[in-house]
Design a protein around this ligand. Sequence first.
Ligand code: SF4
Length: 421
Amino acid sequence: MLRRGLRIVKDPKQADYLVVNTCGFIQSAKEESIEEILKLADLKNSNGRKHRLLITGCLAQRYPGELLRQIPEIDGLLGIDQYDKIDSLLDTDSAYITRPPSSYKESHTLQVLRDRPYAYLKIADGCDNRCSYCAIPMIRGKYRSRSLAAISADVDRLLEHEVLELNLIAQDVARYGFDIGKHPLALLEMLEQKRGEFWVRPFYLHPAHLTEEILDFFAASKKFCQYLEMPLQHVNSRLLKEMNRRYSRARIERLLNSIRVKLPATVLRTTFIVGFPGETRKEFDELCSFVEEERICRGGVFGYSREEGTAAYQFNGRLAQRTVAARQEELTRLINENAEEFNASLVGRELKMIVERFDAPSKQAIGRLFCDAPEIDFTIHVPARAVVGKGFRTVYVTGTSGEGFVGEFVGAGVEGRKHGK
Ligand code: SF4
């Protein structure tokens, strides 16, 4: 699209092409995607400008017929791995949906969004794990790693554009390379050898695939930012088996113990599913006690979503929606309490902050600490007399707030008074 001379505008009213890149793996994600599509369909009907509405991503891949039938305002659809076809949709109504390929398809040059100092670095796509509740393998196909050379080229480009944080993403990051004869450590070593100061924040480390070797690597790494995301989904061994997660509570405990010993300063983020078919109150209580005992302070709680085509779709013992919602709320509250306690423990410390932007009206630099990922965790707000550019700064954490933290810069004028660590 950029090659055709198009440029990105933020206000949809100004756009000739409205592109919605959708998610579609659980009910709430589908609803969110459809709401956005309908909002833009309304705009298309009411605005004098001639817009074309193009839908890409998982929802398009999963429900192409339904989308075209039910939302006639849609002009084009692209499934996954079809992004190179977007050019054809600019003038012609069409849909490109095929089965996901068996090897990774590099179809376009990475475009760097310059308004933020972080990027999501995709290292693979698809998944072979077949968790019983999950529609993703059906939508995105088999696991396929990107080549090290392609990832390395993206990293160079991102670093050239002053990106300071690489968030590693895939459906299963710790499994990188097994399909192309590579090892996850080769990827981590490649990142480690890149010059300059930047953070590596790994996501989606499946507990069955996160190894001691990877933890050892993180312990010695200068780029790893002391944060790892490992989706646990539950801790009750019976439910883990029903979910086809391929690990038990004992494995989780061993891993957490290794993380505590090898990476004592590291913050763990995780996700849980509550209300899985057959989840008893006792099993849910086991999960709550785990969250309290392990002081899980960063995490997301999903209510089970019954997805057609998955093994769990047929499972008996479905819970009432209100029970699922109540459990979701209860577990979220426990995580929030732990987060408050953890955040308070950082008050009085000098830490590295990544400044994401300067908010002129409030004269504050806004960014994040090591313990918080972009978009999903907390932020830190630091008053500043003059505009502060994106980059790393040292801050003294002076307090906590609903958004996370408040602090002062260390190293200039009053801001520079020396604080103990
Ligand atoms: S590992 Fe993640 S993406 Fe893969 S099947 Fe399980 S939940 Fe879905």
